[in-house]
Design a protein around this ligand. Sequence first.
Ligand code: CU
Length: 361
Amino acid sequence: MNTKKYISIFISLILISITLQAKSGEADKLPVVIQELVPAPAVPAHNIVAKGGPKVIKVRMSITEKVITIDKQGTKFRVFAFNDSVPGPLIVAHVGDYIELTLVNPKKNNFEHNLDFHAATGALGGGGLTHILPGEAVILRWKATKPGVFVYHCAPGGAMVPWHVVKGMNGAVMVLPRDGLKDREGKPIKYDKAFYIGEQDFYLPKDDNGNYKEYIHPGDGFSDVLEVMKTLTPTHVVFNGSEGALEGDNALTAKVGETVMFIHAQANRDTRPHLIGGHGDYVWPNGSFNDPPRTNLETWFVPGGAAGAMVYKFRQPGTYVYLNHNLIEAFILGAKAEVKVTGKWNNDLMEQLMEPTRIAD
Ligand code: CU
């Protein structure tokens, strides 16, 4: 290689480093907004179509290690949670925005944690730059370049990765295209409200009598839990942290004529959402908003480690069941929710023409 080539490589490197500096400086000049994170099934207030140019979206998440009740029998389980909730809160941005996360691991916690954003680029999704011990905080900024819905989760390393994830340390990010969502003809897709469902598989050890074991100390049960995890057979599959979390008084609600987005995240295990009595009008099964949505699906697939999105306009009132259509996981292990829809019944779409009537044989 001659001197001329060396000089040109040297100049290129300088130019690249200047460009990189300019880019990182760009984020510093952008307007800053603070996004208030809310527990699922709620989603942060947002516009489908971005207003104005890119922004820096500041969010803050604190990590909790605490015992919660995860089923209707009152089974207790120690979860690790982003912002005190399983799943962790949804973050919403538009392509070109920057997410600036302050992650806090309070002193009273017992474990090291971090955060891998599937929506982010580099350093293990930020996992490599966010390891914090109890009593530490860290700030990570990343640019949202890919439109879609994405999982995030704790990933401290080794067996700690799945252990923390199946203790509830996962959530989702939605990155909308700046000009909103489109169908395959390029027509805008809008929604009146959005629900965020985090599906969680739990693996609880049982004692000799078949009862779930409870542990007093934070790390207790790790080896027992690991044995159950290795069976790949969860004891619980629930929405939003516990069986029944989105049923009865806590059911999701909508009105006839309303268009609702359902964001469904599963950080560890495959799932197959289904709305009984309705359809997926528009579905992005793997969550990429760059792909045209699939239409009129009965059930869609969300692979473990992904989030998917579905948009449906309710046409009939009543109680719908939104579930994982492995019906064993839904009705026995807990993966189901209710959507209570008010409005006027449409006989044209469905009508009972004869009530159940006794017949002679
Ligand atoms: Cu963790």
